[in-house]
Design a protein around this ligand. Structure first.
Ligand code: AMP
Ligand code: MG
Length: 604
């Protein structure tokens, strides 16, 4: 029997990594970034948008955001201007977006309606509905907007920084962070602007943010822009994660422009001209571990307390503001939820790529999609980010990286915790490993359709992952195909056309594992084959955003053909349901050979 290797990670946080995700900034030919003025507001992009919707765009006129709460809660850096600087004693700086240069095009909006493809019927969606997932389309379910508004010029401007939605007083957030193990000092929103909060008809509060909307006081030597390549990935990646049931920021729209943006994609001196894009993204809060760290590190303890009080009051309603242990209760919740989040990442084969403290949300949602990836040929050493030479953020090391980040959170809270509570915080953190393991174990058991608990379940999972690693079996499709085969097929080892299981079955110990698995399934009383298959199909997606799929959509989007972005968005909105168009596109097939050559770096 193989040792229990599922999601094994060292308890001791690694501390000797070099920061490799350095920003490679290019000269910004633009010079002046303080251009959000009446001219920008009134300038309309040429009518380059071809409508795919016919409904009226009228309800955009009633859309309003508010920055009141954020502005009134904290001292604000009025600074004046987006010039890069070190900022103190504030949580936000006032900062105006720099409009993208037109013509502007809407490349995607959440929700999609394909012209030539039917969505899976309500009946199918209901039958396959997975309990852990409450589906929300951003435009309609979160922003209360008819998706038809996205066809209007007003929307193009609002969603790209060309005009501010009513009520907006745009802000850039000041935060710091530990990057690749080292304190990096002030980071902050260097290319993002918070437009304000929107309270929807369900009473949920969402903070709207533009990413790629120009320089802020936190841009350092960056140009404040994001390119089409990384913006397509963020749009599709975050949407796909939501529909996989993983807590995440959301994306409402993706606007592309013709504005030239220079990027050295692989940091090899080969600077290319790409095009600027802006994602309108949303989260209940964009505060990160780094938001607290910077205050603690710079001795701004009153402000640290203020931010904590705000975050707790707004987002942790079960913690009473007068509770003397409120910061500990907050810490304990973040530890618990972060362990759950990383377990969810592991269970869908997601590697974030840059698990720095500035990219770790205080609400434990997936944030800041950069060089992320879904593991294909399974290996715990899968590193999606080619800039991460040391493999610090390999998929099998993410739980360890989160532990490191949570330690940094405890350190940041140090100044507001009396000595006794500091040691209690350390005790809370000791529980993290166990929470993560238990959660991962439960998720993987569900992936295998196992009910109840048996002593050898952990070994069964570990054994399978080890064989997958040694046979380079595809993570997503191995689990999916195990969900799709009948018990009879498992008995006969009839895996014709099941490419991932064919790979897996080449392992010399596969027959042993299979008989253990079959016997385990047979010990489940009242569990029919169809029930098991359905249950497993609801846990194991058939489609994830593989790099080659994203790349194919990006290449077309760069030529203003957004059909594949739209197709992928649609398919990935129903990842657990077999779809004709996805099958035709080969999304559940063995990845093409050119996929192996794809590299994703921090350059974005
Ligand atoms: P990221 O790796 O995208 O999470 O970014 C890390 C830090 O670098 C954040 O403070 C970003 O705002 C900043 N940053 C990344 N790219 C740019 C850019 N092109 N211009 C300005 N700041 C940037
Ligand atoms: Mg970031």
């Amino acid at each position: 029997m193989f040792p229990f290797r599922v999601m094994l990670f060292a308890l001791v946080a690694a501390s000797s990594f070099t920061p490799v995700c350095v920003l490679q900034f290019c000269t910004d030919g633009d010079g002046d970034c303080h251009r959000h003025d009446a001219t920008a507001s009134s300038s309309r992009p040429p009518n380059t948008f071809t409508s795919r919707w016919n409904a009226s765009a009228s309800n955009l006129g009633r859309f309003r955001v508010s920055c009141k709460k954020l502005i009134e809660a904290f001292p604000i850096d009025e600074g004046g201007g987006n010039y890069a600087r070190s900022v103190k004693n504030c949580i936000f700086s006032k900062s105006t977006p720099t409009p993208l240069k037109g013509p502007l095009r809407l490349a995607a909006a959440s929700k999609v309606w394909l012209q030539h493809q039917q969505s899976p019927s309500r009946e199918i969606v209901a039958r396959t509905s997975y309990l852990h997932l409450s589906r929300q389309e951003v435009m309609e379910d979160i922003l209360d907007l008819d998706v038809a508004v996205t066809r209007s010029d007003d929307f193009l401007l609002y969603a790209s920084g060309g005009r501010l939605p009513p009520g907006s007083a745009p802000l850039a957030h000041r935060y710091g962070g530990h990057q690749f193990g080292y304190w990096a000092g002030q980071l902050g929103d260097g290319r993002a602007h918070s437009l304000g909060q929107y309270t929807n008809r369900k009473g949920e509060v969402w903070e709207l943010q533009l990413k790629g909307s120009g320089k802020t006081p936190y841009s350092r030597s960056g140009d404040g822009r994001a390119v089409i390549r990384s913006s397509v990935r963020e749009f599709l990646g975050s949407e796909a994660m939501h529909f996989l049931g993983v807590p995440t920021s959301r994306a409402a729209s993706l606007i592309v422009s013709d504005e030239p943006v220079m990027r050295d994609q692989f940091y090899d001196g080969n600077v290319k001209t790409e095009r600027g894009a802006v994602v309108l993204r949303l989260a209940n809060s964009w505060f990160r571990i780094g938001s607290l760290e910077i205050l603690s590190q710079s001795g701004e303890i009153d402000l640290l307390r203020k931010l904590l009080t705000f975050v707790i009051a707004e987002h942790f309603p079960s913690i009473h503001p007068d509770d003397p242990d409120k910061y500990l209760a907050f810490y304990s919740t973040v530890v618990n939820e972060t362990a759950h989040l990383i377990a969810r990442w592991t269970s869908v084969g997601f590697a974030h790529g840059v698990c720095n403290t500035d990219n770790f949300s205080l609400l434990s949602v997936t944030l800041d999609y950069g060089p992320f990836g879904f593991v294909e040929s399974y290996s715990p050493r899968f590193v999606p980010n080619t800039s991460d030479d040391e493999g610090r953020y390999a998929i099998g090391a993410q739980a360890d990286a989160a532990l490191f980040n949570l330690e940094k959170l405890a350190t940041a809270l140090g100044p507001v915790l009396p000595g006794k509570q500091q040691s209690e915080a350390r005790d809370i953190l000791k529980g993290y490993v166990d929470i993560y393991h238990k959660r991962t174990h439960r998720l993987f058991k569900a992936k295998l359709g196992l009910l109840g608990e048996e002593e050898d379940d952990g070994s069964l999972i570990a054994f399978l992952l080890k064989m997958m690693e040694e046979t380079h079996s595809d993570f997503t499709m191995t689990f999916r195909q195990l969900s799709e085969v009948s018990f009879q097929q498992l008995l006969n080892r009839n895996f014709t056309q099941l490419w991932a299981l064919e790979d897996l079955s080449s392992h010399n110990l596969f027959p042993d594992w299979l008989s253990m698995y079959r016997l385990r399934l047979l010990r489940q009383p009242n569990d029919g084959d169809l029930e098991r298959q359905q249950r497993m199909k609801n846990e194991n997606p058939r489609y994830v955003l593989r790099n080659w799929m994203a790349q194919s959509a990006i290449s077309k989007a760069e030529k203003n053909d957004f059909s594949e972005v739209e197709l992928l968005h649609h398919i990935l909105s129903f990842p657990f349901i077999t779809q004709e168009a996805a099958e035709k596109a080969g999304y559940a097939q063995r990845p093409p050979s050119w996929a192996k050559r794809l590299k994703v770096s921090c350059s974005s």
